[in-house]
Design a binder for this molecule. Structure first.
Ligand SMILES: Cc1cc2nc3c(=O)[nH]c(=O)nc-3n(C[C@H](O)[C@H](O)[C@H](O)COP(=O)(O)OP(=O)(O)OC[C@H]3O[C@@H](n4cnc5c(N)ncnc54)[C@H](O)[C@@H]3O)c2cc1C
Length: 544
């Protein structure tokens, strides 16, 4: 017997599960989230929220609230450095301040906020949008058939088991994803390379920090490798220890085998560079540093997202961000398929688009781990370092929903400082005014499809107004110099349209088609592109 029916069930109510619930809610889809824990995060973990993630939160109206919560936790825009110890030598500056050189790429800034600060904002937003979160509840079994997924929900405390039926299930159940394992989806990549620990401690580090604003401090000392983050008052923080080297030069990555207080106090004092500083250990967490990605992200009606899809070391601060962006890609697709605006075929594009991005991002985090913390792992087969901004904003989605141009070089990423506007890339930010108000082109995207046409591209706008209704979806049309005003030539350069071309932008802000000139049959051309973006839909199918 089924106790409850929902359109989408999300298993895992941490960063990625909650974000996905918000994105679904933004598209009008109420979901049910099951979370084994009793509430939102109690450990800080992720803190660097990148520009692309902030853009997704901006699109759902949460940017300001998140920035306010972030300001309560950290002095923003700090540096990322490596040292031999905090009071000792600075070895390398990865960032002088974290938004250095990326200010013009986006209307949104990189921020620092822990999962303790962020998840309650996401939870409130998800609930406002109709999500129900069931804490202390575990998905005990998952079975699917042609029409849906059946999940037995087991309460952590006493109480009867319940059966929930969903049209689709999102497994945001973390690195060890029991659902991914039950589905037999293999993990690829580098496996686990350190039994690491995170030591949460209290200590007054004001003197050692001086007047520096350091967001992340990598410690590459002779005996200890890891990284620090500190609280805003510099009276507490955490130290991750990934590896140690003993007096004979022998390296150990089995740190978790000794988590005793004296050992942890010793690690903290050594990494701070003060052997006598009073240090109080609050908590120690053991975790496995690994770099792995699932061989596929979908099995029937079940989609794998977040750490369940790709787990990477924290070097770079990419893991949680990549997971949030999985949710952003998936949410609009589920929403459109659920209410019949798109065909089921669209759901296949989630794996096609996100799997390669997850693998790329994982390799980049692994490369940074080896270079910053453990060169002994070997530099031979490392993917070369790609700039952070490219990883965050310059990755490409490739799938049947994206119509690549004839002369495309198939590049999987590009520098967002020189965006091409090619199909599959994030629609670039261009400063514009809309109705006299300062906006970003990004503010035009979020729910429906958008055609953005160059100044001489009026035909494309007219085509958009005709084609949307014939395929049963909303397509807003804006022409540069008419509805939207920007600096001369900026749009055409960023989007590569020429003076009379246009782009079709999906609800997730990715370009799915581009024309660089006028066309003999703009309606036919655009209908083909929109149909592909809707999972292979034709005007006849949409009317039927
Ligand atoms: C020290 C550290 C620092 C980091 N810093 C950054 C950073 O700066 N930036 C960044 O982007 N990332 C960072 N990360 C990575 C980031 O924390 C993770 O990528 C992110 O938390 C993954 O979120 P998730 O929701 O996919 O998985 P998780 O946070 O692991 O959540 C999975 C949830 O699923 C629940 N669950 C599992 N099975 C079931 C079940 N059967 N039923 C119900 N619930 C279930 C679990 O209880 C859990 O709450 C860091 C990680 C660490 C360890």
């Amino acid at each position: 017997m089924v106790d409850e029916d929902v359109p989408v069930l999300i298993v895992g109510g941490s960063l990625v599960g909650l974000s996905t619930a918000v994105f679904l809610g933004h598209h009008g889809v109420p979901s049910l989230v099951l979370e084994r824990h009793r509430g939102t995060a109690i450990h800080p973990r992720a803190a660097l929220v990148n520009q692309r993630t902030m853009e997704t939160y901006r699109a759902v109206g949460l940017e300001e609230e998140i920035e306010e919560a972030a300001a309560r936790e950290f002095v923003q825009n700090g540096a990322i450095v490596s040292v031999d110890n905090l009071g000792g030598n600075e070895l390398d500056w990865y960032f002088r301040f974290i938004n250095e050189g990326v200010e013009d790429l986006s209307p949104s800034a990189r921020i620092f906020i822990t999962q303790i600060g962020l998840e309650p904002v996401l939870l409130r937003a998800a609930e406002r949008l109709g999500t129900r979160i069931q804490y202390a509840s575990e998905a005990a079994s998952v079975d699917q058939d042609a029409d849906g997924v059946t999940v037995v929900v087991r309460p952590r405390d006493d109480g009867p088991e319940r059966t929930v039926r969903a049209r689709y299930l999102v497994a945001a159940d973390g690195a060890h994803s029991p659902i991914r394992e039950r589905l037999g989806i293999r993990q690829l990549g580098h496996g686990s390379f350190s039994d690491s620990i995170t030591i949460y401690f209290k200590a007054d580090v004001r003197r050692l920090m001086g007047d520096r604003n350091l967001s992340v401090v990598y410690v590459f000392g002779p005996h200890l490798q890891g990284f620090f983050r500190f609280s805003i008052d510099l009276q507490a923080g955490f130290l991750v220890v990934n590896s140690t080297v003993d007096g004979n030069g022998a390296r150990s990555v089995r740190i978790g085998e000794d988590m005793s207080a004296p050992t942890c106090i010793g690690y903290v004092r050594e990494a701070l560079g003060d052997p006598d500083l009073p240090v109080e250990i609050e908590n120690v967490q053991r975790w496995s540093a690994s770099a792995e990605y699932a061989e596929r992200l979908r099995e029937g009606r079940v989609f794998v997202a977040g750490d369940a899809a790709h787990v990477m070391p924290p070097t770079g601060g990419f893991g949680g961000n990549c997971g949030v962006q999985d949710g952003y890609d998936l949410a609009w697709k589920l929403a459109y398929v659920l209410d019949g605006r798109a065909d089921e075929g669209l759901l296949a594009t989630y794996d096609a688009e996100r799997n390669s991005v997850g693998a790329f991002t994982t390799e980049q985090a692994y490369t940074r781990y080896v270079l910053r913390l453990d060169p002994a792992l070997g530099k031979e087969n490392l993917m070369p370092v790609v700039h952070e901004a490219t990883i965050e904003l310059g990755y490409r989605h490739r799938s049947a929903a994206i119509v690549a141009g004839p002369a495309d070089d198939d590049a999987m990423w590009e520098d967002p400082h020189e965006p091409s506007g090619r199909p599959g890339f994030r629609a670039p930010h261009v400063a514009v005014t809309v109705g006299g108000v300062d906006r970003s082109t990004l503010d035009l995207f979020g729910r429906g499809f958008v055609v953005l046409a160059a100044p001489d591209g009026e035909d494309w706008c007219a085509a958009a107004r005709a084609v949307g209704p014939s395929l049963g979806v909303t397509v807003d049309a804006y022409r540069i110099g008419a509805e939207v005003v920007g600096a001369a030539g900026m749009f055409e350069t960023a989007y590569g349209t020429g003076p009379a071309g246009a782009v079709l932008v999906r609800p997730d802000g990715f370009v799915s088609w581009r024309a660089s000139a006028v066309h003999a049959d703009p309606e036919g051309e655009l209908a083909g592109a929109l149909g592909a973006a809707l999972g292979g839909r034709t005007a006849i199918a949409a009317r039927g």
